[in-house]
Design a protein around this ligand. Structure first.
Ligand SMILES: Nc1ncnc2c1ncn2[C@@H]1O[C@H](COP(=O)(O)OP(=O)(O)OP(=O)(O)O)[C@@H](O)[C@H]1O
Ligand SMILES: [Mg+2]
Length: 361
């Protein structure tokens, strides 16, 4: 099963793929605008960002389906420039399963092996690949006889059978329902650990990115906004775009009154607040305070006390999500009990738990 002794710390693993200054334009649109990347061996790296930010374009350049206008791509120490897709030690799983409808599951998985000259009997390898994705019993079926999740497992088996050094996955689970996605996320993560190969994954689903990844690369308009492990991204977002895109957050803008190492003080509509801060803020400049629901306590009595008016209450199954307004700012917090809309509530806020970051350009 998963081998915990293998180092997957991206800081210590050797580099597998390295890109510098990658650019790809379509007409006047810079889909990818100067991206640098270092992908370690064995790591699970995920590109996360809104629709159209360039995730698929990056994957297609790594896979060889798209030629960069500028920049370098080095895999295993060799340049990928001019190397066609089938000669790269890379395989891709696309969003739409793309299985051959007239071939059985077994034949679909065996297909890439039988293309190679002098290939040996593929049966044992096909069997191993299908077993790795828990589809060992399904070899004789045709794609239309499988559920979406099963088809996607077969697509993964087909992609790993040639033992690529790098597996690219472009939103492979997005067509599946939430529960199936959750199952397959766990399976994919487990598979990646067992195979010990690097996965580069694309999603616009933040929960999925967090569940799977060692490193998450957040993209915004063709550029990398931040590259970090999930915990750092959540607690120390590099700018307001990342803070807003990752998790639930209220961003409160204000003027920076003072900076000390690790902290800043800003004047906001909620009052003057000193909190941990990103490096490099300028006194007199603007910054954003990141308030997450867990920083705020209904009826809290420690830290700052904010009095806000309840705007909406939404039942979330385990708790209630409350939106409450104060000084033109809508705060979001969770509670076990639902306050009445329109009433005033007091909210405890401990600034030490929050974070002050840059305003994204
Ligand atoms: N073949 C193409 N021709 C012209 N424009 C393209 C082409 N492929 C992508 N684009 C444009 O490049 C930008 C980036 O597209 P890309 O597919 O990389 O986005 P994405 O981040 O994968 O988005 P999504 O989450 O919707 O899949 C978009 O503005 C898109 O319209
Ligand atoms: Mg895409």
């Amino acid at each position: 099963m998963s081998d915990q002794s293998v180092s997957r710390n991206p800081a210590t693993s050797p580099l597998l793929l390295s890109a510098r200054g990658l650019v790809k334009s379509y007409g006047r649109n810079r889909a990818v605008d100067g991206v640098d990347l270092d992908i370690p061996e064995r790591a699970f790296t995920t590109f996360l960002g809104p629709s159209g930010c360039g995730k698929t374009t990056i994957l297609r350049m790594i896979g060889g389906f798209e030629t960069p206008d500028a920049g370098s791509l080095i895999l295993d120490g060799r340049s990928l420039v001019g190397v066609p897709p089938e000669r790269r030690p890379v395989n891709t799983v696309f969003q739409n399963y793309a299985l051959f409808p007239h071939l059985t599951v077994f034949e679909n998985v065996a297909f890439s092996l039988t293309l190679r000259r002098g290939a040996q009997d593929p049966a044992p390898r096909v069997k191993r690949a299908l077993e790795a994705v828990h589809m060992g019993e399904f070899g004789a079926r045709y794609p239309h006889q499988l559920s979406g999740g099963q088809q996607q497992r077969v697509a993964v088996a087909r992609a790993i059978i040639a033992e690529p050094h790098l597996l690219l996955l472009d939103e492979p689970l997005s067509a599946l329902d939430r529960k199936m996605r959750g199952h397959l996320q766990i399976e994919l993560k487990d598979l990646q650990r067992r195979l010990g190969i690097a996965f580069v994954y694309v999603t616009h689903d933040q929960e999925e990115a967090f569940a799977l990844s060692d490193v998450v690369v957040v993209m915004n308009k063709g550029k990398i906004a931040q590259k970090a492990d999930p915990v750092t991204l959540y607690a120390r977002p590099a700018d307001s775009f990342v803070a807003d895109f990752i998790g639930s957050a209220t961003l409160v803008e204000g003027e920076v009154l003072a900076c000390t190492p690790g902290n800043a003080t800003i004047a906001t509509p909620l009052g003057t607040i000193t909190a941990p801060a990103i490096e490099g803020l300028q006194t007199g400049g603007r910054a954003a305070l990141v308030l997450r629901p867990e920083h705020l306590q209904l009826d809290g009595c420690s830290g700052m006390i904010l009095t806000a008016q309840v705007e909406h209450v939404v039942f979330k199954g385990d708790r209630y999500m409350i939106e409450a307004g104060i000084a033109g700012v809508t705060l979001r917090l969770m509670s076990n009990r639902p306050p009445e809309p329109g009433t005033l509530i007091s909210i405890g806020f401990d600034p030490v738990a929050s974070f002050i970051t840059r305003i994204a350009t």
